[in-house]
Design a protein around this ligand. Structure first.
Ligand code: XIL
Length: 387
């Protein structure tokens, strides 16, 4: 229903060649009967049908959703964003807690929230080395490749099939390459990832089949490779570029490349992100920024960032957004949750924080203001995704 309505809107916009500045196009338009009081929002200012998303942990933040009395987080999420990504709710440990048990409760709550707010859903994730349930970790110690394939196929067909027609982009394979600082350098994670480990003789065949199973379960979803440290042109993205070409040559239904966009002011910013996106787009893939946040080293829990750090954070968020705006194949730009109190950063990167675009009282930071201005200034256009 939502999908056909959107297609119609895209077709209408394309036919008239007139796109209202404030409305964006299909993905960002308000659904019938739904009105945002404030048109000056990220979602409403986005050009073409570029989806502007946020992660949200439905288990924590959406189960109690009452459209008539939203929490402040729910109100901001609905008002500002046209796409939502389940921060944890579609990961293996949440959705497949026992071999014969699938638990869709919180992921379904996220999809229902998205429906109610005229939003699209990015699926995350199907093949990853992290947040796998204990039963996978235990069983995988004796898996043959056929065992691993059977478990992964059942999972992908069941989960993607459950959400068929509801998810516009799926992160099929997440973080499947090691980093150049890991033992053995940049190569597929055939130790940490239990599925790739069981099929270490030919991990690319398994990865290709993961995309095939997902495509069969939902032919309309755009299927992504996704990773961190994958913004600029570097050793890791070179490996992805080679892998993408190989998969495409094999006829694998790979259709997207996602750069997570987890940046830190402790490190420099690689400005080759647009060139990197352009080379993947030239392969015929969509590209996306899937998990943007910019963490800041803080002196202690009491001391906020300096004005220079705040400005640098805004510049980095904006640089990622600009790369996306400048590449027509960029279909979505997603921030990894808000406000800071909900961010994964302090728990995983001690001493760093203040990484999201909203303060804990939900007031927008300069990063938000700068991105809103960039969206306002962007040239409206026709859908890169469905046009
Ligand atoms: C993180 C979540 O934000 C946390 O809540 C969770 O405890 C760990 O995972 N790359 C990814 C995301 O692909 O799934 C991760 O999300 C952040 C890094």
């Amino acid at each position: 229903m939502r999908r056909s309505l959107r297609s119609l809107l895209v077709a209408t916009a394309a036919a008239s060649l007139v796109v209202p500045l404030w409305a964006g196009t299909a993905a960002n338009a308000e659904p019938p009967g739904f009105s945002h009081a404030d048109k000056d929002t990220l979602r409403n200012q986005a050009p073409r049908d570029l989806a502007i998303g946020s992660a949200v942990w439905a288990q924590r933040d959406l189960l109690s959703y009452d459209p008539a009395a939203p929490t402040e987080l729910q109100r901001v999420l609905g008002a500002q964003f046209s796409s939502v990504t389940p921060e944890n709710d579609m990961k293996w440990d949440a959705i497949h807690p026992a071999p014969d048990v699938y638990d869709f409760a919180s992921a379904d709550a996220l999809v229902a929230f998205a429906e109610a707010n005229g939003q699209e859903v990015r699926g995350h994730t199907l093949l990853w080395h992290s947040q796998n349930p204990a039963w996978v970790t235990a069983a995988s110690s004796t898996w043959t490749c056929d065992d691993a394939r059977a478990v992964l196929e059942d999972h992908i067909r069941t989960v993607v099939g459950h959400f068929k027609g509801e998810i516009y982009e799926w992160d099929v394979a997440n973080e499947i390459f090691q980093d150049n600082w890991d033992a053995g350098g940049v190569r597929l994670r055939t130790e940490a990832n239990p599925f790739l480990r069981a099929c270490a003789d030919d991990p690319v065949a398994l990865i290709g089949d993961a995309f095939r199973w997902a495509h069969e379960a939902d032919p309309d979803a755009v299927l992504f490779l996704n990773d961190y440290n994958a913004e600029g042109i570097n050793e890791k993205t070179d490996a992805y570029y080679d892998l993408a070409q190989r998969l495409l040559a094999d006829g694998v239904p790979l259709s997207g490349f996602g750069a997570q966009g987890h940046l830190s002011l402790l490190y420099g910013f690689d400005t080759s992100i647009q060139a990197n996106f352009e080379r993947f787009a030239a392969l015929g893939l969509k590209v996306a920024v899937t998990e943007a946040d910019v963490r800041i080293p803080l002196l202690d829990g009491e001391t906020g960032p300096t004005p220079a750090q705040v400005a640098e954070q805004a510049a980095r968020y904006d640089a990622m957004l600009e790369a996306c705006l400048n590449v027509p194949a960029c279909s979505s730009f997603t921030v990894w949750g808000f406000p800071d109190a909900n961010s994964w950063v302090p728990a995983v990167f001690p001493g760093e924080g203040w990484a999201t675009i909203f303060e804990d009282d939900f007031s927008p930071k300069p990063a938000f203001d700068v991105m809103l201005a960039s969206l306002r200034d962007a040239t409206p256009g026709i859908s890169p995704r469905r046009g």
